[in-house]
Design a protein around this ligand. Structure first.
Ligand SMILES: Cc1cc2nc3c(=O)[nH]c(=O)nc-3n(C[C@H](O)[C@H](O)[C@H](O)COP(=O)(O)O)c2cc1C
Length: 187
C-alpha cells in the first residue's frame, strides 16, 4: 500500500523532528546517489525553517552534500530499522547503498536527491554554507524547502497508532527505541 502524503507547512516542519528521531540522510550529485543513517539531527529555527545534521568527514554522503548543496532528512519507521542499520554500517563508496540496504529511492519535490520510499516524513533541505562549522564540527545547516509526512501518522501532530510506523531512536550497537506512548500536559 502506498502512503498518502500530507504536504507540511514549512513553518510547522520542525514538528517532524521535534521528538528527535533517527533519520536517513539522502543525497545525490552528478549521477551518484546515497543514503546514510544519522542520529544527530535536530530542528534549528522556525522561519525560515532550518535543521542541523552531523555528517562525518569519512562518509561518502559528505562529498555529495558538499558538492550538490542539498540533502533530505527522511524519517524512517520501526519496520525499516534493519535497513537503517545497514545504511549506517556500510558506505556508498563501496556501491549503491539503496539496493544493498533494501531501500527504494523516490523522486523529491524541490531537490535533486531522492527521497527514501516508505519513510514516514521528509524534510528536503538546501545547505546554508557555513564552512567553519562544516570543517571543524562536521555540522551541516539546511534550510527546509519542502516537507511532507505520511497521513497515517501525521496530521500536523504525530499519532503513532500503528506500531510498525513508529519513528526510531538510536542508542548504539544496533539498539533502538521506537517512539512510545503520547501524553499531554496541560498547564
Ligand atoms: C543509527 C545510526 C546513526 C548514525 N548517526 C550518524 C550521524 O548522526 N552522523 C554521522 O556522521 N554518522 C552517523 N552514523 C554513521 C553513518 O551512517 C555511517 O558512517 C555510514 O556508513 C556513512 O555512509 P556513507 O559513507 O555511505 O555516507 C550513524 C550510524 C547508525 C547505524
Amino acid at each position: 500500500m502506498t502512503a498518502e502524503l500530507l504536504s507540511v507547512d514549512l513553518a510547522k516542519s520542525y514538528r517532524l523532528l521535534n521528538h528527535g528521531p533517527t533519520v536517513l540522510v539522502s543525497s545525490a550529485h552528478q549521477g551518484a546517489r546515497n543514503v546514510m543513517a544519522a542520529a544527530w539531527a535536530m530542528p534549528l529555527d522556525f522561519d525560515p525553517p532550518k535543521v542541523l545534521v552531523v555528517i562525518d568527514k569519512s562518509t561518502f554522503s559528505r562529498g555529495l552534500i558538499e558538492a550538490s548543496g542539498e540533502f533530505i532528512l527522511n524519517i524512517p519507521c520501526k519496520a525499516q530499522a534493519a535497513a537503517v542499520l545497514r545504511a549506517g554500517s556500510a558506505s556508498g563508496k563501496d556501491g549503491d547503498k539503496f539496493a544493498a540496504s533494501g531501500l527504494a529511492p523516490a523522486r523529491a519535490e524541490k531537490v535533486g536527491a531522492p527521497r527514501v520510499a516508505g519513510c514516514i516524513a521528509y524534510l528536503e533541505c538546501k545547505v546554508i554554507d557555513e564552512p567553519r562549522n562544516q570543517q571543524r564540527y562536521d555540522l551541516f545547516i539546511g534550510e527546509v524547502v519542502a516537507a511532507a509526512a505520511d497521513r497515517r501518522v501525521f496530521d500536523g501532530h504525530w499519532h503513532f497508532d500503528d506500531d510498525a510506523l513508529r519513528s526510531l531512536h538510536y542508542v548504539a550497537g544496533g539498539a533502538f527505541f521506537a517512539t512510545g506512548e503520547a501524553f499531554e500536559v496541560k498547564l
